[in-house]
Write a protein that binds this ligand. Structure first.
Ligand SMILES: [Zn+2]
Ligand SMILES: [Zn+2]
Length: 269
């Protein structure tokens, strides 16, 4: 069981279930000591089913902060969001950066309302996805890179562009000392899929984590929870760990993301 999880959603995003309090109670029951909420950030236009509505942001902050107080003797709760690097949503992103404890980067689209990371099937798009991640790190927008290999969801298979993307993200992580996430969400939840290089989970991918291991990149495990009961099983954590078995990844189980975030926020621009 993990004692720290920074990647937790709420039902506001439209594809998670349960009350905020049910997440907290399940986390406590599952042995979590440090719990970060990082629901999908709202932007200017509503996107029901994918992210919370901007009108719900106030309630999100209020609810998580009140649970933080209520359960402070049992669990340490922190308030964040999962954001994308979208230059045309900088007003919202700056506000989140300023007032929240931390932000994680889940680059689900290359650009705002652009190509979905789940639909990428061309090398050029994959490298544009990498550029967005690099820009987020350069601006100190985020405190870790969630599912860095999510763009392989529909990508036909490991080829030269994938190898290049893995290498570049490892270089970015190493250069900015930006942790990368070993994600226990959709990639392993949906089970193995067939690609041109064989049958495997869409992500995490051994190729990416091999590059991260070579560079000594800090790795944080993220459960990417969309259902409270998932705090009570190690099934998906074990699947994610099986992918990187024997790679000597620099997994940091008790990474102090909040202290790191304070430093990064000073460099945000
Ligand atoms: Zn989600
Ligand atoms: Zn997520």
């Amino acid at each position: 069981m993990l004692k720290t999880n920074w990647h937790t959603h709420t039902k506001r995003c439209g594809h998670a279930i349960g009350t905020d309090e049910e997440y907290v109670l399940a986390a406590i029951q599952g042995g979590v000591k440090t719990l970060g909420f990082s629901d999908h950030a709202p932007y200017k236009e509503p996107n029901p089913g994918s992210r919370m509505n901007i009108e719900e942001y106030g309630d999100y902050k209020k609810s998580i902060r009140s649970l933080k107080e209520k359960y402070s003797d049992q669990i340490s709760i922190h308030l964040g969001l999962e954001v994308e690097y979208y230059p045309d949503q900088w007003e919202e992103l700056s506000l989140y950066r300023k007032e929240l404890d931390y932000l994680i980067l889940g680059q689900h689209e290359i650009t705002y309302n652009g190509i979905s990371a789940y639909h990428i099937d061309k090398g050029d798009d994959l490298l544009d996805y990498v550029k967005a991640i690099e820009a987020a790190c350069e601006h100190s927008l985020c405190d870790y890179i969630a599912h860095p290999d999510v763009a392989l969801w529909r990508y036909p298979g490991i080829d030269g562009s994938v190898k290049e993307a893995a290498k570049r993200i490892a270089e970015i992580s190493s250069f900015y000392n930006m942790p990368v996430e070993l994600n226990c969400g959709s990639g392993v939840l949906h089970g193995p899929k067939t690609y041109t290089d064989g049958t495997r989970y869409a992500y995490p991918t051994r190729l990416f984590f091999g590059e991260f291991a070579k560079k000594g990149c800090p790795v944080i495990i993220g459960l990417d929870i969309h259902k409270p009961e998932l705090f009570l099983t190690d099934k998906y954590l074990d699947r994610a760990l099986s992918v990187v078995e024997g790679l000597n990844c620099n997994i940091i189980y008790d990474y102090d993301l909040i202290t790191a975030a304070k430093e990064r926020k000073k460099k945000f621009y």
